[in-house]
Ligand binder design. Structure first.
Ligand code: ZN
Length: 350
């Protein structure tokens, strides 16, 4: 049996698709829903449980097995779909060295830690003690309750061991907290919370897994104003686009991605209904960031970066990276349409 067949034997297409599509029973062994790949009111997307296939009888007029589904859903190649589904099915594609396996397991474990911390900070923002911080997020940042929940925005209290003690109680070590980037260690070996008295914005990867945090100072005298998780195997800024987990569908549907500079800009855009917006969180776009969205999903990229001098330089570099990274068509023109949108008014409110 081939690996692909083994994966198919282990995964049920109805179960798999229904994780993201609200399938309704339509006769024995048949399920249907509005097509996830095109807009429609009358469901023409059918999944056949017995054959383990799907088909859109509407605008897409296409279908296939679970592999074709995952490829279309994510804009992936067969190999990328194979990797993702193998993982889903619990199948090891190639035997890993024990060291590589241990490393992967360690990263997964620390991802679990980050999720716990993100939930903890989010919960703290809802406590009576954080009333003023919540007010700041709502009034000063203009964020709604729904947005705060959707992005999991949180509060790191003003103290040295809030997250740390919570983690130790769960059986994590001080080193775990340091390695995951939520605690720091000073020269004398004392370990303490990295984020103190800050509004916390969890930064997720394209699959929605917490990779790190962005944190905005709440007291005017605190520097820096924005503090991120340190660079690590978990948090690699050059490989992350903030908001992509929430923006992916909209980018895929519209074929257009809008890239802004900061995560709060992206959050506010989503709240205003512009759900194809992501943030680059750095100075200039990297090749890795671009490849997360183009050409597989976005055919058009709009760079909406600050129009101050630093922003303009970053934009220029970003456009250069894009030109070097993205494919050229046969006629020698860029296959991706890149536009630069000057944000009027210069500096955004810090
Ligand atoms: Zn369709």
């Amino acid at each position: 049996m081939s690996v692909a067949d083994e994966i198919k034997s282990r995964l049920d297409i109805v179960q798999y698709i229904s994780k993201t599509v609200p399938l309704k029973r339509a006769g024995s062994g048949r399920w249907k829903a509005p097509c996830p790949f095109h807009h429609e009111k009358t469901p023409s997307f059918l999944v056949d449980e017995n054959r383990q296939t799907w088909r859109c009888f509407g605008a897409c007029a296409t279908g296939g097995d679970i592999f074709n589904y995952v490829m279309k859903q994510n804009g992936w190649t067969f190999h990328e779909a194979l990797e993702a589904l193998a993982k889903e099915a619990g199948i090891d594609l190639k035997p890993q060295s024990p060291e590589a396996k241990a490393r992967d397991q360690e990263v997964d474990r620390l991802r679990g830690l980050l999720k716990v911390v993100a939930d903890y900070y989010h919960e703290l923002l809802k406590q009576p003690e954080a009333r003023e911080v919540l007010k700041y997020a709502r009034k000063k940042r203009g964020l709604t309750e729904a947005t705060i929940d959707q992005f999991g925005i949180g509060y790191a209290p003003d103290g040295w061991r809030y997250a740390l003690d919570m983690l130790l109680n769960l059986g994590y070590t001080e080193d775990d907290a340091v390695n995951a980037g939520v605690a720091s260690k000073n020269d004398s070996g004392r370990v303490y919370d990295r984020f103190r008295n800050r509004l916390i914005i969890p930064i997720r990867d394209e699959r929605g897994r917490v990779a790190g945090f962005g944190a905005r100072a709440l007291a005017a005298e605190d520097n820096p104003k924005y503090l991120n998780s340190p660079q690590s195997a978990l948090f690699d800024k050059g490989r992350l686009l903030f908001g992509l987990d929430l923006a992916a569908k909209s980018i895929r549907d519209s074929g257009t991605a809008v890239i802004v500079e900061g995560y709060l800009d992206a959050i506010q855009a989503h709240q205003a209904g512009y759900t194809n917006v992501v943030a680059q969180m750095g100075t200039a776009l990297t090749e890795m960031q671009l490849k997360l969205i183009a050409p597989k999903w976005a055919k058009k990229i709009i760079l909406a970066l600050d129009s101050d001098a630093a922003g303009q330089n970053a934009t220029k570099r970003s456009v250069e990276v894009a030109r070097e990274t993205l494919q050229y068509s046969d006629s020698g023109t860029l296959a991706i349409d890149i536009r630069v949108l000057a944000v009027p008014g210069g500096k955004r409110p810090g």
